[in-house]
Design a protein around this ligand. Structure first.
Ligand SMILES: C[S@@+](CC[C@H](N)C(=O)[O-])C[C@H]1O[C@@H](n2cnc3c(N)ncnc32)[C@H](O)[C@@H]1O
Length: 202
């Protein structure tokens, strides 16, 4: 497990997983990629939403499958994650984007901002430190252009309901512009098990 010394609060990614979890996660995605699994569903949506050659922030990028795909599609990608092991794997497996170790709650990417679009895929918002959801959303949004968009996907039954998420969105000075149940835009309903939310400044 990576050191979390100095963090004001510890992301669930560290506090709720054991020391082998980062390598397990890296290996799992490497195996899926080797088997030819489709790991680019989120990237296809982000690519469709973004201008060509967009400046994209992959926030909570993990081992880099999404940012790597967006780089392949011609975008200028910065990937940020709090887990140094995952950032190292991203650099090995997906050269091209800039991969950085940072805590999203204290994100400071000067002078790289502004970004046209930021994405938090793979339940990132469920793995931040408890209570830091609004500051994470606000910190990522601060790095966007004035009409930039933040896309957040997370599953139900983890740490957040949609109502709780929406309260964090409002507290971060954002609004939900659109919501879907899947990354291929199936309509969202109250009993959906996943939510993909498109956020903009309120
Ligand atoms: C399930 S993984 C998803 C990784 C990647 N987005 C994907 O979809 O493949 C959740 C990620 O959130 C990251 N994370 C959790 N809290 C974070 C924080 N405060 N700052 C940066 N990254 C964080 C974890 O380190 C982990 O890589």
């Amino acid at each position: 497990m990576a050191s979390v010394q100095g963090m004001t609060s510890t992301p669930r990614w560290f506090s709720e997983n054991d020391e082998n979890h980062s390598q397990w996660y890296i290996d799992r995605f490497r195996e899926m990629a080797a088997q030819g699994a489709d790991l680019a569903g989120e990237a296809r949506l982000i690519d469709a939403m973004a201008p060509r050659g967009a400046h994209v922030l992959d926030a909570g990028c993990g081992p880099g499958r999404l940012g790597g795909e967006l780089h392949q599609r011609g975008h200028r990608v910065v990937g940020v994650d709090v887990d140094p092991a995952l950032i190292a794997a991203a650099g090995e497996d997906h050269p091209g984007p800039e991969w950085l170790v940072q805590n999203l709650a204290e994100l400071d990417l000067a002078p790289r901002e502004p970004f046209d679009l930021a994405v938090m895929a793979g339940n990132v918002i469920c793995f931040v430190a408890p209570g830091t959801e609004p500051e994470v959303l606000a910190a990522v949004a601060r790095h966007l252009t004035p009409d930039g968009v933040l896309v957040v996907g997370f599953g139900m039954g983890r740490t957040l309901t949609v109502d709780e998420f929406d309260a964090h969105v409002a507290a971060a000075g954002l609004r939900v512009e659109q919501r879907f149940a899947t990354w291929d835009l199936k309509p969202w309903t109250a009993d959906a098990d996943f939510a993909v939310s498109v956020l903009r400044r309120a």
